[in-house]
Ligand binder design. Structure first.
Ligand SMILES: *Cc1c(COP(=O)(O)O)cnc(C)c1O
Length: 404
């Protein structure tokens, strides 16, 4: 078992007080907290090797370039990509999805179809709507059942030779449901469609194996996995990244520029125009090391215990309903109490030092499905404790008494 107190000591913010109470941070689905080793690595980069990469012959530029490329290889191994040039540094999941959606504008024709699911975050819906508007393709949506699970028969029925790309999240941010992405990828490939997986909520909890999954694209953010904000990765299969046009033009992404014709750089640089978030890219590698040192088996065990305890304790409260009751779940509990607006509960328990998210969680279609304005979402990380959950449950009970 993990020594949670020792792990908590790695995260300075966890010993802070908020509104005079010890912080209980249950908004990990929005962003995770950062261990000291990550915070220090950012300062160390600026103090010791700050320079622009891939440009200079001078020593610091070489050191910065090496550190950046070492981090890329580290992440390649972490997600088991075949080549390091299939690992693109981005500013986050949103950027990665937009890069792919934009690239597909040169592939789709009127009448083609794009499949998304009704469990998606807005950032895995809107770019595809924009793509369909631009190209005349049609957006098709996989429905969910009352447990918040994708209805796979409906997905099967949507697939056809018109389907050009299928895009779903690995784990739902609003409900915590883990999607059967291997099945989805296999079925989509059988009709010749590409598949993008939005891994933003998965990477804090598990180590994705992109070759085993056989997905064509896998996008995630660094800030939800103990890394800095403004960092992220888009994995793409080499053949797809060669096929897609560049997303942005600029420095670093070219081979040769003349006013007649510009030729593009090889992968991954073709998709990395301009000066990137160098410190962020390097430190994302530090965060990946940190998580691997703890071990994803240990992380999952702790999070499963937290999820089970939270589910059991919350259901003791009369009138409380949990959304997303499917079997396969990550450590997220989304709930409401009869007759009380989620925002009111969130506001009261914040006064007691407890950070949860209230609202639609950038997933309005799910809220519409359940006919609710939003939920209270408690999302747990390996550094959270059973005692913190009990504190939250007592606070929710108190809020309920005050509000009813
Ligand atoms: C957070 C999140 C995103 C967006 O990530 P950004 O870091 O804001 O780009 C996309 N999809 C899911 C499932 C998310 O949880």
């Amino acid at each position: 078992m993990l020594d949670i107190q020792k792990i908590r000591a790695d995260f300075p913010i966890l010993s802070e007080k908020v509104n005079g109470k010890p912080l209980v941070y249950f908004d990990n689905g929005a962003t995770s907290q950062k261990p000291q080793i990550v915070i220090d690595a950012i300062a160390k980069y600026y103090q010791e090797i700050n320079a622009n990469i891939h440009r200079g012959v001078h020593t610091l530029s070489q050191l910065a370039t090496d550190a950046y490329e070492i981090s890329r290889v580290k992440i390649q191994h972490h997600i088991n990509a075949k080549f390091s040039h299939e690992v693109l540094f981005t500013s986050g999941t949103t950027f990665g999805i937009n890069l792919v959606a934009n690239g597909f504008a040169s592939i789709l024709k009127p009448g083609d179809e794009v499949i998304v699911s009704s469990l998606e975050h807005h950032s895995n819906i809107v770019p595809w709507q924009m793509l369909c508007e631009k190209t005349g393709a049609t957006l098709k949506v996989i429905p969910i059942n009352e447990n918040g699970e994708l209805i796979l028969e409906s997905f099967d029925a949507l697939l056809s030779e018109k389907t050009k790309i299928v895009t779903v999240n690995h784990i739902s941010n609003a409900l915590g449901i883990v999607n059967p992405i291997k099945y989805i990828i296999e079925k989509a490939h059988a009709v010749g469609a590409a598949v993008l997986i939005d891994g933003a909520q998965a990477v804090p909890h598990l180590k994705p194996d992109v070759q085993d999954l056989d997905c064509d694209f896998y996008a995630f953010s660094g800030h939800k996995m103990c890394g800095p904000t403004g960092t992220g990765i888009l994995y793409g299969k080499e053949e797809w990244l060669n096929k897609l046009p560049p997303y942005q033009g600029g420095g670093e992404m070219i081979k040769e520029v003349t006013f007649e014709k510009t030729t593009y750089a090889d992968l991954p640089h073709k998709f990395e125009a301009g000066t990137p978030n160098i410190a962020g890219g390097i430190v994302l590698g530090t965060a990946v090391d940190y998580l691997n040192n703890i071990g994803f088996d240990n992380i999952q065990k702790q999070e499963e215990a937290l999820l089970a305890h939270a589910t059991k304790r919350l259901l003791e409260i009369e009138g409380l309903k949990i959304y997303g009751t499917g079997k396969n779940k990550a450590s997220v509990v989304s709930f409401n109490i009869d007759g009380i607006h989620p925002y009111d509960i969130g506001t009261i328990i914040d006064k007691l030092g407890i950070a949860v998210r209230t609202g639609h969680h950038c997933a309005q279609p799910i809220m519409n499905f359940f006919c609710i304005p939003g939920t209270i979402r408690a999302s747990f990380s390996f550094y959270n404790t059973i005692e913190e959950i009990d504190t939250m449950v007592e606070a929710v009970k108190k809020a309920k008494t005050m509000l009813s």
